[in-house]
Design a protein around this ligand. Sequence first.
Ligand SMILES: [Zn+2]
Length: 411
Amino acid sequence: MNIRAFSDLGNQALLRRLAEEVAHNCESTATLIALIAEVDERRLFLPAGYPSMLAYCMRELHLSRAAALKRIDAGRAARQFEGILGAVADGRLHLSAVLLLAPRLTRENADELLAAATHKTREEVEQLIAARFPRPDLPTRLEAITPPLTLGSEPGATNVQEQSKSVAPGRLDSAAPRTKLAPFSADSYAVQVTIGRGTHDVLCYVQALLGHAVPSRDLAEVLDRALKALAAQLEKQKFCATRRPRRGLGRTSANPRHIPASVKCAVWQRDGGQCGFVGETGNRCPARTGLEFDHVDPVARGGEATVENVRLRCRAHNQYEAECVFGAGFMSEKRAEARARAKARKQAKMRAAAEETQMQGAAAEARARDAAPDRSPAPANDAASRWRPTWRAVAPISGCRNRHAISAACT
Ligand SMILES: [Zn+2]
């Protein structure tokens, strides 16, 4: 197979070929699951010299552990519920969905549940399961966590396995995920997160400030209020969103690319904070992050910053539409120029910072020399000592309390 085997295909033909291949792959996956399930059922891995189907798949078929486990579990579920294999073969269910649904399937609900999960993403299937099989809320907890031991931190610690055994039950070990957000029911999610001491202190302070409004100090309530306040603040920063747009917010500017705040606010509300690009098949881009305000009629062609002429686009679609108007080559040149300008600005900033550090170091050195009595050692005769560095000054880097610049000089 050559990586450029399809480079001669036109765009539509390429997309059609890809869709055909995906359909073929779905059928192959279903066939593979059925074959694995049959070998598993007959326990043919035993006469072949393997203790389990997993070992057979990994050692004999050279599948990865994860790929093997998924297919074995899917095969065992498919033997119980016939609808699974057909859904995988048709591309209606992916393997992750099958594995999420399998523990919940019964003779009574299998057909309906498999149909409800058709063409859903993993996250959507998780939400579907949470809505159908809600779990009780987790108890709210806020507790200190003892950090996991590190290599060599205790006398006698010899290897990682021994250390992991020494971590007491209930503590998080180093392999535990730092964050987790999972749907628990149609209207509730469980959140697990590790926060630093500073965040903890701010949280306690906010709980105290909310003393009358939230007397229970309930974390879920505090989190809800904090996130809503943050969302409003970010909307204001990013999109100039406000409940009551004031006249005069859209101050005039000589820059034709300037978009008044009132226009940004109206466009953001009209487009619902989502990229407005709609594909040829009617699919609207789901992007809600990294959005940009894009002129429908480009500024270069006289387009103005009005609500009608401005729209929300994700960066990828903003660039794509610009390429459609001005050509890919032209936009590539413009992007290269912008990158060069950004690089030059960054280098100039780094040079200025280095010069400032140097000047601070020299000033500190001069102060230290003036204040301290002369304790310099007598000059040595050997060549090595002449090149030994002497620490002259330790000066803080401007604006950062925990970092210090150390200047050294050779005598
Ligand atoms: Zn988009």
